[in-house]
Structures are given as structure tokens and as C-alpha cells.
Write a protein that binds this ligand. Structure first.
Ligand code: CUV
Ligand code: SF4
Length: 628
């Protein structure tokens, strides 16, 4: 295998060699043996929605057995991806809301950001005067839980968007109602014999995606901040080099901070630290992976072991005592890889049981006890580590992380506090955009995709954008990539052009800002929305774009769709399975512009995609400068 054609991460390349020596199969081996992927699947024009199928569209068979044409089939598949992604983010948020309903002063979960809770309570008309903070929390949690199934009305957070944006949604009829309702409606409407109109399928996809961005994900982020603390700026390190030879290495992988927060606490438990010493280790070393990694690095500075494509390779180091996972983006392959080493692959969620893993159920009611037991299991596994099988690659990069909206406001405030109002505004950011010192802002987010070379598109595009005075904000595995490649260090401003470099120096930030996990794309919505409001504009008026260079998950499809529906042009480095319908492409990459003021652009060549983004931002600036 030509490793350089697999990943640009040098640690990963070293570990791919090791995997080969150890006889361990990874995603990269499977990628090679797959060779050609199914053309119908790639185009999105295979339908398995009913038992008469699968029906595949070809020139000779232009319709499925029920008569569905390629537009209907592609549209239904697309809508179902949006529903799948919305369900995943929102069900995660639901769990966090349930966790907040359990919060108590002396329990496992407490309220860490009271101010944020009060703000939210006020936004949602929950009485705050003279009430115990936990009573407020429980009522706010109940209101949030109602957002999933309320029979009437639209999502509560919509009113936080700029007035013009709200009007677009209202006029188009894409204001999401209850979150579960939007997901269910798509599942219903894409059942055989329901919606057979591509325009309508995309219309409902827009509405459902907004239930993700402006409801599910936003609840996930806000509630996590309230319960676990709003991220603040801190230093960390990233890449597999953060594993430590002499410590019990525990990798936290998955998504929901309710588990990872407890593991962080348990790993500091004096008894467990003592136990680690008893088994001959110098201590416990936690490292994060994927979005759980982003959550714990943003709030605790826990180091990031790697991204989605490094999950198997982390185990291949032979130095991991336990890989602890909850939900989403977990390779089933981990069970097999873990068997080749001493690593315990510990699954914890009834929503994501994986055959041949060690299942240790985590429940919010018994959170700390469960977390302790899990960490203990890892420590007791240290003795089984086979030193001859250990290879911890050297590379790691330092990174400054933790840029929640509040942290960004705090940074801006430090510089211009004479002009800023006490609540803090994004006016300084708006001013930099106005003056053109910053040409624009790009949210570069999302996964790694085996269709390309791991990390290549992320890094190529981020570097190119900052070189052109475009500030990059990032979440998910895009954030892990940026951290690994040093783009989140303050010195990385040297890679930026003069305008951005100056802003970075003045405000003391890196040119690529870590905004968190995938649900935290809602933070990007907030930044853009607040900036638009500061300028009395709509979100589509700003020189701001979304980019998903290496997206792969249904969640990413939901994110891309709500970003576009929010008026932010979105650029994809991987073609979604919609090419089989010329109408789907026409709408998504064209007509949406007139509907919501933004559209998708796809180009699988990262250099070209970067140039398109830069030139489009300049085009957007022409209109923007006329408006300001
Ligand atoms: Ni939720 S969704 S691979 S971990 S960003 Fe990473 Fe992020 Fe995509 Fe998954
Ligand atoms: Fe075929 Fe129609 Fe059934 Fe899809 S819904 S599998 S196109 S018959």
C-alpha cells in the first residue's frame, strides 16, 4: 500500500506500517480491496425503500417498479440522510437535556454556567426571580424536552436568528416544528407511495435540517455549556504522540459529554490514581478522539489523540489500555483490532452496542460509579500491555483551543474594551470584515472521508484560506486535523496573510479557531447570526462560508443543509450521492440561491475548491461592502 496516498498524517503512516507488520487489517486495507464502489449507490439512484426493490435507475430502466424516477429516488435518499443526521445530533441533545433534568447540587451533575442557564431561562420565558438555580434548570430541561415533541409552534431558538432570516424561513414554510416531528415526517414522506416530487423532498430536507441546527444541536451545545462549563481558551496537544509510554492510556471516543466528563473526573479520583501506581504506571493519561475529544479538550484541555481515521491506529500503538466509546462514528472494526492487542474496547451506550466489545453500561443516574468502574477496568488492564508490541509515534502538535462564542467575545473585549458594550458584541469582528482587513470567515468542518487522502483536503483548504486573510473556524474532525497540523498555534499566524496575521496578533488568537464538536456547529450559526445582527443584515449578506472538505456522515449532510438553509454558502470536497438526479443537483447547487440566499458547490480537488471559495468570498464582499 502506498501510505502517502492514504493519509498525509505521518503518525498514521508509521502506524500503517506497524499494522501491516502486526497483521492487523485497517480501513485503509479495506479501502484498497473495495476497488470500485457501486455506481448506483454513488449516484444515489438505487432505491431499497420497499420490498419490491432494490430498483436501480439505468437508461433502460428509467423508473423503479412503482414508477419512481431518478429524481424521486435521489431526493428520498437525500432526505433520509438529513433525517438520519438530525436524529443523531438531536438524540444526543435529548440525553443532555435529560441529564440536566437530573442535575442537583450534591449529585453527579451540577450546573457549571449559571449565567448561561439564566439567559436561556429568560429567552424561554421561564421564571427566574427568587428561584433556586436547580428548579430553574429542571424547568428549562423540561421545556427543552418538549422541543422534541411539542404538538404546536416552531423551534424556540429560531427567534434568535436575524429578523430577515426568520422571514425567509417563514415565507418558505421551512420553520422547523418539533424536532422528532420533522424526522418522522421525512421517514413518513419517503415511505413508498408518498412524496414523489424532488422540490418537495428538498423543501422538507431544509426544514428538518433546521431542526438540527437551530434546535437539536443548539440544545446540545447550550446545555453542555450549562452543565459542564462554557469552554474557555486553553492549551492542549494533538495527535497520537500524546499517548504516554509509562501511563495508563485511556482513549475517549464518541460524542456525548455526559460520559466523558465523568471519566475525566474519575481519572482524577485519588483512589484510582493510586491504583494506577500500584499496577506500575506513573498515572492515568486521558486522550480524546473525534467529537468527544473535541468536547473534553475544549473544557479541560484533555489532549486529542486523533480523528475519525485514526481510531484503529490508536489501538495499533499497542499502548492503549482502554478505548471507551458511547455513540456515533465508532468503527465496528475496533472490536477486531482490539483483539490483536491488549486493549479493552469498552462500549457504554444501549444505543450503540457493538458485538465482541466489552459492554459496561453507563447510566446518568449512577454516572460517577459507572465511570469509576470503567476507568478501573482500564487500569487493571495495564499489566497486560505487551511492551514488545508498543509503538507510540513521536509527532504531536500544540494547540490553543476553547473558542466558544463567549471566549471569542472575551478575546475581542481584551483588545477593544473601551468601545465594547458590557454584554460584549461581535462588533469588532464585524468591523474587521467591514474594513476588509479580514476578507471573510470560513467554517471548515466535518469528518475524514476515505474517498480522499485523510486530512489532505482539510489542511490544504485551511492553509489556503488563511493565506488569503480568511479567518477559519472549525469543529469536528476538521478541528482535530487543524490541531494536529499546528494550525491552532498562535505562531500559525505566520502562515496567514497580513490582515489576518495582524488581527491574530492583536486579539491573540490562532488563525484557525477551535469551536468544538459537530453539534457545536451551532456555535458557528450563533457567531454568524450575531455578526449579522450587529450589522443589521441577514446571514447571507456576510462574506462567510461553510466548508466540509472531507465530510462522510449523515450528520454532515444535515449540517451542510442547515448551513445553506441559514443563508451560508457551503462547499463540499466530496460529492454527495445526488448526481443521479439532474434536478437534485440543479436545486442544491443552484436554485437554493434564490430560495435561501445560499447554495452548495462541490469540487473534489482541494486546491481548486480553495480557489473557488476565495473568489466567491471576494464576490460576496462586493455586495457586502455596498450594504454596510
Ligand atoms: Ni461529530 S461526524 S467523523 S466525530 S466530524 Fe468526525 Fe465529529 Fe464527522 Fe464523526
Ligand atoms: Fe422500487 Fe419504488 Fe420500492 Fe423504491 S419504493 S424499491 S423504486 S418499487
Amino acid at each position: 500500500m502506498d501510505k502517502k496516498m492514504m493519509t498525509i498524517d505521518l503518525n498514521s503512516q508509521v502506524l500503517l506500517d506497524k499494522a501491516e507488520r502486526d497483521g492487523v487489517e485497517t480501513m485503509y486495507d479495506r479501502k484498497q480491496s473495495f476497488k470500485a464502489q457501486c455506481g448506483f449507490g454513488l449516484q444515489g439512484n438505487c432505491c431499497r425503500i420497499c420490498g419490491m426493490g432494490p430498483c436501480r435507475i439505468t437508461p433502460k430502466t428509467p423508473r423503479g417498479l412503482c414508477g419512481a424516477d431518478e429524481h424521486v429516488i435521489v431526493g428520498r435518499n437525500y432526505a433520509r440522510m438529513v433525517a438520519g443526521g438530525t436524529a443523531a445530533h438531536s438524540d444526543h441533545a435529548r440525553d443532555i437535556a435529560h441529564t440536566m433534568a437530573l442535575a442537583s447540587r450534591d449529585g453527579n451533575y451540577t450546573i457549571k454556567d449559571e449565567a448561561k442557564l439564566i439567559t436561556l431561562a429568560k429567552e424561554w420565558d421561564v421564571e427566574t426571580e427568587g428561584r433556586d438555580i436547580y428548579d430553574i434548570a429542571h424547568e428549562v430541561a423540561d421545556v427543552a424536552l418538549m422541543e422534541f415533541g411539542k404538538p404546536y409552534g416552531v423551534a424556540r431558538f429560531l427567534k434568535n436568528a436575524p429578523a430577515k432570516r426568520q422571514k425567509v424561513w417563514k415565507d418558505l414554510g421551512i420553520e422547523p416544528r418539533a424536532i422528532d416531528r420533522e424526522v418522522t415526517t421525512i421517514m413518513h414522506s419517503t415511505h413508498i407511495g408518498c412524496t414523489a416530487d424532488i422540490d418537495s423532498l428538498i423543501h422538507m430536507s431544509l426544514r428538518t435540517s433546521l431542526a438540527d441546527g437551530w434546535a437539536g444541536s443548539m440544545i446540545g451545545t447550550r446545555f453542555s455549556d450549562i452543565l459542564f462549563g462554557t469552554p474557555t481558551v486553553r492549551e492542549t496537544e494533538a495527535n497520537l504522540g500524546v499517548l504516554e509510554e509509562n501511563k495508563v492510556n485511556i482513549i475517549l471516543h464518541g460524542h456525548e459529554p455526559s460520559l466523558s466528563e465523568m471519566i475525566v473526573l474519575a481519572s482524577e479520583d485519588p483512589e484510582l490514581v493510586e491504583l494506577a501506581k500500584e499496577v506500575g504506571a506513573e498515572g492515568i493519561n486521558l486522550a480524546g478522539m473525534c467529537c468527544t475529544g473535541n468536547e473534553v479538550t475544549m473544557r479541560h484541555g484533555v489532549k486529542t489523540a486523533g480523528d475519525f481515521h485514526q481510531q484503529e491506529l490508536a489501538i495499533v500503538t499497542g499502548a492503549v489500555e482502554a478505548m471507551i466509546v458511547d455513540v456515533q462514528c465508532i468503527f465496528p472494526a475496533l472490536a477486531k483490532v482490539a483483539k490483536c492487542y491488549h486493549t479493552k474496547f469498552i462500549t457504554t451506550s444501549p444505543k450503540a452496542k457493538i458485538a465482541e466489545s466489552t459492554y459496561m453500561e453507563f447510566s446518568e443516574e449512577t454516572a460517577y460509579e459507572d465511570a469509576r468502574n470503567i476507568v478501573k477496568e482500564a487500569i487493571l488492564n495495564f499489566k497486560n500491555r505487551d511492551k514488545s508490541k508498543v509503538l507510540i509515534p513521536e509527532l504531536k502538535s500544540s494547540a490553543t483551543v476553547g473558542y466558544s462564542l463567549n471566549a471569542i467575545l472575551g478575546q475581542l473585549d481584551r483588545v477593544v474594551n473601551s468601545q465594547i458594550d458590557p454584554a460584549g458584541t461581535l462588533k469588532p469582528l464585524a468591523d474587521c470584515l467591514k474594513s476588509g482587513v479580514l476578507r471573510g470567515v470560513a467554517g471548515v468542518v466535518g469528518c475524514n472521508n476515505a474517498k480522499g487522502i485523510s486530512n489532505k483536503a482539510h489542511i490544504t483548504i485551511m492553509k489556503e484560506l488563511i493565506k488569503n486573510d480568511i479567518l477559519v473556524v472549525t469543529t469536528g474532525c476538521g478541528a482535530s486535523a487543524a490541531a494536529k497540523f499546528g494550525l491552532m498555534t498562535k505562531e500559525a499566524r505566520k502562515l496567514a496573510c497580513k490582515g489576518l496575521a495582524t488581527v491574530c496578533e492583536l486579539v491573540d488568537i490562532p488563525p484557525v479557531l477551535h469551536l468544538g464538536s459537530c453539534v457545536d456547529c451551532s456555535r458557528i450559526l450563533e457567531v454568524v447570526s450575531e455578526t449579522a445582527k450587529a450589522l443589521d443584515m441577514d446571514m447571507c449578506d456576510l462574506p462567510v462560508v461553510g466548508v466540509a472538505p472531507e465530510w462522510m456522515s449523515e450528520k454532515a449532510v444535515a449540517i451542510g443543509t442547515y448551513v445553506v438553509a441559514s443563508g451560508i454558502d457551503t462547499y463540499l470536497g466530496i460529492m454527495p450521492p445526488v448526481k443521479g438526479s439532474s434536478r437534485a443537483v440543479e436545486i442544491l447547487c443552484g436554485e437554493l440561491q434564490d430560495m435561501v440566499g445560499a447554495k452548495f458547490t462541490v469540487n473534489e480537488n482541494p486546491e481548486e475548491l480553495a480557489q473557488i471559495i476565495i473568489s466567491d468570498i471576494e464576490k460576496k464582499r462586493v455586495r457586502f461592502e455596498k450594504l454596510v
